[in-house]
Design a protein around this ligand. Structure first.
Ligand SMILES: C[S@@+](CC[C@H](N)C(=O)[O-])C[C@H]1O[C@@H](n2cnc3c(N)ncnc32)[C@H](O)[C@@H]1O
Length: 209
């Protein structure tokens, strides 16, 4: 099986912290506060589930559907319950095959980077179809940059995940291009970790308010 994060699950957050310090989390937290109460949020590839605790801490009623392929990541995430403010439905399986609900907010954090170009198009088209017309799509991920050492670090990470998780993707893609193809525009964004990581908030460019 490809994209198998079971083996990495126990060490994933620790490892991320060692390499990127607090940047990975800080970037993912940036736009969460702006999510209106009562929103239905669809989180894809949520990992160990720490983001659920952060969403609960916002003190807002939120409905969340949480999708995770890895059994180990999923049990870690489920162990974060009970929550005070958020209502979470856990969906275990491959996001490409699962029936996904309509939502107001999509969260794809370090999720799009696991796919080959073919599956990236598939999953993004599927997510586009379940996001309500004036919904927003929060995406935090690595960005392509020319700097030699940063390029090497990205290459090394793909090799590392190929070995440890049998990752299907083998290179970092320019996600913005695929968002644009689906007629999304980057409404806001902020770079972290010397420009290697970007937190972005996308909305439909066809939206007229
Ligand atoms: C690189 S990790 C990121 C985890 C988390 N978002 C974070 O930033 O800490 C990617 C996650 O996506 C999950 N995943 C990979 N392919 C998936 C798929 N096809 N459907 C659902 N989840 C998937 C993995 O199990 C893993 O937990």
């Amino acid at each position: 099986v490809t994209n198998n994060f079971n083996f990495l699950a126990p060490i994933y957050d620790g490892l991320a912290k060692i390499i990127f310090g607090g940047s990975l989390r800080k970037a993912q937290l940036l736009y969460l506060e702006e999510i209106p109460k009562n929103s239905h949020i669809l989180i894809l590839g949520g990992g160990t589930g720490w983001i659920l605790e952060e969403l609960d801490r916002l003190d807002k009623l939120l409905r969340i559907t949480y999708v995770e392929l890895s059994k180990t990541m999923m049990s870690k995430s489920m162990a974060k319950a009970p929550f005070k403010n958020i209502e979470v439905k856990f969906l275990h399986g491959d996001a490409i095959d699962l029936d996904l609900p309509l939502c107001d907010v999509l969260v794809t954090n370090f999720f799009l980077d696991v796919f080959t170009e073919e599956n990236l198009r598939l999953i993004m088209a599927k997510l586009n179809a379940v996001l309500l017309p004036n919904g927003r799509w929060l995406c935090t991920d690595f960005v392509l940059i020319g700097h030699f050492l940063k390029k090497m670090l990205i290459k090394f990470m793909y090799l590392f995940f190929r070995i440890t998780a049998n990752l299907e993707g083998n290179r970092l893609l320019d996600f913005e291009k695929y968002f644009e193809e689906l007629e999304f525009k980057k409404a806001r964004s902020k770079k972290y970790y010397a420009g290697m990581i970007e937190a972005a908030c996308y909305s439909r460019s066809t939206l007229t308010i």
